[in-house]
Structure formats: C-alpha cells, structure tokens
Write a protein that binds this ligand. Structure first.
Ligand SMILES: C[S@@+](CC[C@H](N)C(=O)[O-])C[C@H]1O[C@@H](n2cnc3c(N)ncnc32)[C@H](O)[C@@H]1O
Length: 194
C-alpha cells in the first residue's frame, strides 16, 4: 500500500505506528512522516555490499532500513539503533536477522561492530543537544573504516551537524540535490573525516 511515502511499499500498520508514536513522542520522532522512497534511495545510493557493515541510527519503522537491505547489505551486516521500544519490536518482526539495538544513538561507539562503511542516520540531529551530537559523531569516528561516511538527511538549509562538532572532528561534506518528493522536502549530506 502506498502511504505518504512517494510510492514506497509501506504497510498501513507501520504508517499507523509511526503516526501514533509521533503523536505520543513528538520530540523524539521529529518528522511529519516516514522518509519517502526517493529520500531513502538517496540515503543508500553510495552503499556497496562488498565494503563492509553499516550502522543505522534512528531506524523508526524501517523505511531506510528496507532501502539499506535492498541495496544488498545483508541483514546481519546491518546494525540498527532505535530508542523507541515499539519501533524496535516492529523492526525485529519485519526484518528477520537484522541487528536491532534499543539504545541511544549517543552510545553507537559501543556497538559490537567495527570498520563500517557508513553510518546512515534518520535522527533529528540538529534538534539534539551539542553533547549528544558530539557523542554520535564521535561514535561514527570510532567505528567507521577509512573513507567511510556519515549520511544524514535534513529539511533545513544548513549542514545537519552543528559547526562546533564539525570543526572538532574536521568533517568535510557533500550535499545532494533537493528531494522534493518527501514531506517536507529534504537533502542528504555525506560527512567524511579529514
Ligand atoms: C525522523 S524519525 C526517522 C525514522 C525513519 N528512519 C525514517 O526515516 O522514516 C527519527 C527516529 O529517531 C529516533 N530517535 C530519536 N532520538 C534518538 C536517540 N537519541 N537514539 C536513538 N534513536 C533516536 C526516533 O525514535 C525516531 O524513530
């Protein structure tokens, strides 16, 4: 069924769960709707099944998770963090074999995986405190293989990592074209160290 997601296949029950949690925990979910198919495609466009595992942050009901798996990443090579227990239960039910961790993304540096090719984030990063952003990007720096990327979408005009953290970690970035078919329209940023 197509539900406010640009034609991606998303179960009505997943959409209902997302909207219900958005209503109950707006400061955690911080999105009008799940990411669209076009946005998910851009988030995973540079993943390569031969280049190692992936960490996903803020998986929600799994639209980006599905795109990661469709890009050829095996479920057991995908490590998805989500703090909301209802979303975690749904991820476990929908994606057998996926590594699902109910925890804060700020602790991603503790995951039992190294040399990841990318950290793919659906987090509302810019609305988070600077220290939490520092912990998340610090975890990325610890876990990523040389040349790997931190991939983050944003709805606004600025890079979605605050300047002080970008400077501390010497992050450079590229940004995508605007993805209009998303609610609201978004861009994808790819951050690298050095
Ligand atoms: C904007 S939604 C994105 C959901 C999904 N990835 C998508 O793109 O449709 C943000 C998600 O991040 C989760 N989240 C927010 N803060 C978090 C944190 N500190 N650690 C882990 N997950 C968090 C929320 O529960 C929510 O599922």
């Amino acid at each position: 069924m197509n539900l406010a997601d640009g034609g991606a296949t998303m179960a009505a029950s997943d959409f209902a769960l997302f909207m219900g949690q958005l209503f109950r925990k707006p400061h955690q979910v911080v999105a009008l709707a799940p990411s669209s198919r076009g946005l998910c495609a851009e988030m995973v466009a540079e993943l390569d099944p031969t280049k190692g595992p992936v960490i996903e942050l803020g998986a929600g009901t799994g639209n980006i998770t599905r795109a990661i798996l469709d890009a050829g990443i095996a479920p057991d090579a995908c490590h998805s963090i989500e703090m909301n227990s209802d979303f975690c239960n749904r991820l476990r039910a929908n994606f057998p074999g996926l590594n699902v961790y109910q925890m804060s993304a700020g602790d991603c540096g503790d995951l039992p995986v190294d040399n990841v090719q990318a950290v793919v984030s659906g987090l509302p990063l810019l609305s988070m405190p600077v220290q939490l952003q520092r912990d998340i990007l610090g975890g990325f720096a610890k876990k990523v293989a040389p040349g790997g990327a931190y991939v983050q979408f944003t709805y606004g005009p600025k890079p979605p990592v605050t300047k002080v953290v970008r400077d501390e970690l010497a992050l450079t970035w590229r940004k995508s074209h605007k993805i209009w078919w998303n609610m609201p329209p978004a861009r994808v940023y790819r951050f690298h160290q050095g």
